[in-house]
Design a protein around this ligand. Structure first.
Ligand SMILES: C[S@@+](CC[C@H](N)C(=O)[O-])C[C@H]1O[C@@H](n2cnc3c(N)ncnc32)[C@H](O)[C@@H]1O
Length: 227
């Protein structure tokens, strides 16, 4: 099979993980009004729309914030970019109907093989990326969520299943898009690629080892007072 035909980008990895999460945990009903918080390119929003019909709001601007109009707030790989998580959870609570739920997929640590590849290929930007990401451990996210007024229904780790890069190019492409522009291709010299191959061997690069996603489903109590 030609490399391109099964090449993965950050977008496809996240899209597949997002669809999987929708069918295991989000479980939207046709009549639900859903906000896709931090929708990015909107492909998952479109997928959700196919499942639930016309929807209000697929905005990463929190359109409808505080309106108590959503049945579900879905968010796929966004929470770890948000510095003020308490505020975000309060805003989400205030935007949901009583009895509505949040379904959030995020990471609370970078996979070790990703960290190694960043150190080899882009040591200059590694610190910047760490500062841009706001990784908070799952237990603490649960606490922030509960403190905001939610009742946690499910919170668990799931092993990443889709995280294999068939070529150096596909890995670089993924690092660029997954780092929100911090990873700098100009810094990737042939020397560094050689070091990468020494460490990981020839592609495909399998980054699934010790790589976990966090999944959180929490409901707004029916009698909740919005803050
Ligand atoms: C990794 S992308 C995920 C996109 C999409 N949810 C998906 O699964 O394809 C992260 C997204 O989070 C958004 N984002 C970052 N910080 C945010 C914030 N404070 N509030 C809302 N969205 C944010 C970015 O604009 C970007 O679209």
């Amino acid at each position: 099979m030609a490399a391109e035909s099964y090449q993965q980008s950050s977008a496809t990895v996240q899209l597949e993980a997002g669809k999987n999460f929708i069918h295991t945990d989000v479980l939207p009903k046709p009549e639900d009004t859903i906000l896709d918080l931090g929708c990015g390119t909107g492909e998952l929003s479109a997928y959700l729309a196919e499942l639930v019909g016309p929807r209000e709001g697929n905005s990463n601007q929190f359109e409808g914030m505080g309106s108590e109009k959503f049945d579900i707030i879905f968010s796929n790989f966004v929470l770890h970019w948000i510095p003020e998580k308490s505020e975000a959870f309060r805003n989400m609570l205030n935007s949901l109907k009583p009895g509505g739920k949040v379904a959030i997929q995020y990471v609370d640590a970078l996979p070790p093989l990703l960290v190694s590849s960043l150190e080899i290929l882009n040591p200059e930007t590694h610190e910047q990326l760490k500062n841009k990401l706001h990784l908070v451990k799952r237990d603490d996210v649960d606490l922030i969520c509960t403190t905001a007024g939610f009742t946690v229904v499910r919170s668990y780790y799931a092993r990443k299943t889709v995280n294999v890069y068939p070529s150096v190019e596909s890995l670089l492409q993924w690092l660029v898009s997954t780092s929100q522009g911090v990873f700098d291709l100009q810094l990737v010299t042939q020397e560094r690629i050689k070091l990468l191959l020494q460490k990981f061997g020839n592609p495909p690069f399998d980054f699934t080892a010790n790589a976990f996603d966090c999944k959180l489903v929490a409901v707004k109590p029916k009698s909740s007072q919005t803050l």
